[in-house]
Design a protein around this ligand. Sequence first.
Ligand SMILES: Nc1ncnc2c1ncn2[C@@H]1O[C@H](COP(=O)(O)OP(=O)(O)OP(=O)(O)O)[C@@H](O)[C@H]1O
Length: 342
Amino acid sequence: MITLEQVTKVYQAANGAVTAVDNVSLEIREGEIFGIIGYSGAGKSSLIRLLNGLEKPTSGRVIVAGRDMARVKGRELRNARQEIGMIFQHFNLLWSRTVRENIAFPLEIAGVPREERQKRVDELIQLVGLTGREEAYPSQLSGGQKQRVGIARALANNPKVLLCDEATSALDPQTTDAILDLLVDINKRLGLTIVLITHEMHVIRKICDRVAVMESGKIVEQGDVLHVFRNPQQPITKRFVKQLVEPEETEEAVSHLFGHYPNGVIAQLTFVGAAAGQPLITQVVRQFAVDVNILQGKISQTHQGAYGVLFVHIDGAADEIGRALDYIQDQQVAVEVIHDAR
Ligand SMILES: Nc1ncnc2c1ncn2[C@@H]1O[C@H](COP(=O)(O)OP(=O)(O)OP(=O)(O)O)[C@@H](O)[C@H]1O
C-alpha cells in the first residue's frame, strides 16, 4: 500500500542543511496498523508529511496507493490527498463550526451534494460514537470527543490510508485507550491501512502490527511488534521497550533482593505471544528438582498477543538449575540471568 524507496529529505535551514529523513526504505502493507516510534526530532513528522505529499523528497520515491507522491500535481495530487486521511495531536478542528459542520467540511471541498453529505455525516457520527453531540462546538467537547471529530473528518472521503500524527499525545491514559480502541475498530471494519507516529511505546504495544524505530532520520530497526519487543537490537529500541516495564520491575529495583537469596539464580523471563499463556512455572517445578519463587511480574496485552516480564528466583543444584533454564528457553521464553549465586 505504501512503499518508500531510499527516501531522503534535506531542509535548507539558516544555519545549514538538516537531513530530517535519511535514506529510509519501508514497505507498509494494505490493512495493517504500522507504527513509527522515535524521540522528538527523529524525523517522524517529516516522514509523515512525505507520505501525504505536503513535502517532496530530496531523493528517493514515495508510493502511496500506487501513486508516486513526488510526481503527482494539481488535480491528481488533490485526488491522491483525498485517499489519505490524517489526524493530529491538537485535532486541528474549525472552532466556529459544529461537530456536524466540521465533519462535512472535507465533503464540501470534494463537491459532494448536500443530501449525500448529510447522509455520510450521519454515518460517520455513528461510526465514531458521537451521536447526540452533532450540534456541539469543539469548545464544548472533551479531548477524546474532539479527536473523534478529527477521525470522522479524516474518514469522510473514504480514504485508503489514515495517518495519525501523535494522535493521542494530548489525551489522558483512559481517553488514549478509548481512541486507540476506536482506531482498531475502524481498521477492522473498513480494512483501512493506518500509519501512526508516536513517542509512546504504549501506543505501539496496544494497536500496532508492525513497528519501525526512527533515530536521527534513519529507521534503525523494524519488524513485527512482538518480535521487536522480544529481541530489541538497538540501544534506542531497548530504551523504548523498557518504557513498558513498570519502574518497580526493572533490574535495578530487583537488585536489592540479591542479598535475600544467597543461593541459586535470579532471572528475568520475557514472554511473548502464546508463551505468556502457558503454565510454565508449574511445568518447571514438576520436571526439575528446583524451587521457583516469583519476585515480580507483569503481563500486558498487545495487538498480537500477550507480552510479559517475570523476575524469578530459582534454587537447587547448579546443573539442575541450568537444565531448568534451558527448558524455559526452549519454550520460546527469553531468559536473562541477572544474578548468579550457583
Ligand atoms: N521545515 C523545516 N525546515 C528546517 N528544518 C526542519 C524543518 N522541519 C523539520 N526540520 C528539522 O528536521 C529534523 C526532524 O524534525 P521532525 O519534526 O521531522 O522530527 P519529529 O520526530 O517529528 O520530532 P517532533 O515530534 O519534535 O516534531 C529536526 O532537526 C527539525 O529541526
